[in-house]
Design a protein around this ligand. Structure first.
Ligand code: ATR
Length: 296
């Protein structure tokens, strides 16, 4: 119930109407019996300054940030977490008196979503499809886990190469390479890889028959295939991977865990999601069935 002490949280983006974040956060807040409410705000780029003043005046505890503002909010921050600085993107903002701190919980959410598999990353070879903002967050997370090698495949090869250079420079990680999305190169690398992660939007609703992978490429049964897309829950890529006997993961748990990591920052406490995770998944999946929701 909302009362005089209800704390304020929210998410800004443009568009924002189909964001799952309010459903996710309000579900968790209710489960934990915490007196906060979480709203979504449709914020155009030229209104960012006004909204920041508003959040300050209204004593907001925190907000999430989604497309297209993850980079443009940075000038409003007093300080950035190490992740946000390296990723050059903020998805979580914490307001404390006059200090505004920008965080990025995407990498932490990704690692948490892997569960036990996280312990097997070390020294293994990983393929990343795509070279945008999501790829950046995934690669940062992989490097912190000391993976053996990262191969980035992208439609625009220069972007893959630049991203590889960026991590060589910023994290002194040498075993990272950019490639064009070419069938033969990808097939050769897949034979030895432990995990392949799709960070592109190819296959996302409504383009559910599309796949980032050339249909002629055979997927080895030994590989794991993780698609960051969760709408649909089983993309064309994951369907094919399963048909070849590979193990698969979709993006729903990353969405959940990046959100929980934000709550942990705002509330300055750790949250054990396990007791309500199955119910939360069902809740979000039901909403996904309802509408074409956006990424976060
Ligand atoms: P995000 O923040 O979600 O990563 P992004 O920064 O716009 O979004 O990056 C989107 C990624 O998906 C890019 O790697 C893009 O490839 P390009 O660098 O060649 O643009 C990739 N992508 C998007 N649509 C694609 C398509 N139809 N085919 C192949 N790759 C695509």
């Amino acid at each position: 119930m909302i009362d005089n002490r209800t704390g304020l949280l929210g998410v800004i983006g443009d568009p924002i109407e189909h964001s799952l974040s309010p459903a996710l956060h309000n579900f968790v807040l209710e489960k934990l019996n915490l007196n906060y409410c979480y709203h979504s705000f449709h914020v155009a780029r030229d209104r960012l300054r006004d909204y920041f003043q508003g959040f300050h005046i209204l004593d907001f505890r925190g907000i999430n940030v989604t497309i297209p503002h993850k980079e443009s909010v940075i000038p409003f921050m007093t300080q950035l977490s190490p992740e946000a600085r390296i990723l050059e993107a903020v998805n979580t903002i914490h307001f404390e008196l006059n200090v505004i701190t920008g965080y990025n919980t995407d990498s932490a959410g990704f690692l948490k979503s892997l569960g036990e598999i996280r312990n097997q990353l070390k020294n293994n070879q990983i393929i990343v499809l795509g070279a945008g903002g999501s790829a950046r967050a995934i690669i940062y997370a992989l490097i912190t886990q000391q993976v053996g090698e990262i191969r980035i495949f992208n439609r625009t090869p220069a972007k893959a190469e630049n991203l590889a250079l960026c991590f060589r420079d910023k994290m002194a990680y040498r075993n990272i390479f950019g490639h064009p999305m070419k069938k033969d190169q990808l097939s050769a690398v897949m034979a030895d890889a432990f995990l392949m992660i799709n960070t592109t939007s190819v296959g996302m609703h409504p383009n559910v028959t599309a796949s980032p992978l050339d249909p002629a490429i055979e997927i080895p049964a030994s590989i794991g295939v993780y698609d960051l897309i969760y709408n649909p829950m089983k993309t064309q890529l994951l369907q094919r991977a399963q048909a070849y006997g590979a193990w698969t993961l979709n993006g729903l748990d990353m969405l959940i865990f990046q959100g929980i990591a934000a709550l942990e920052i705002w509330l300055n406490r750790s949250i054990d999601a396990q007791p309500f995770l199955p119910e939360l998944r069902r809740h979000l999946i039901a909403l996904l069935g309802d509408a074409s929701v956006q990424k976060d």
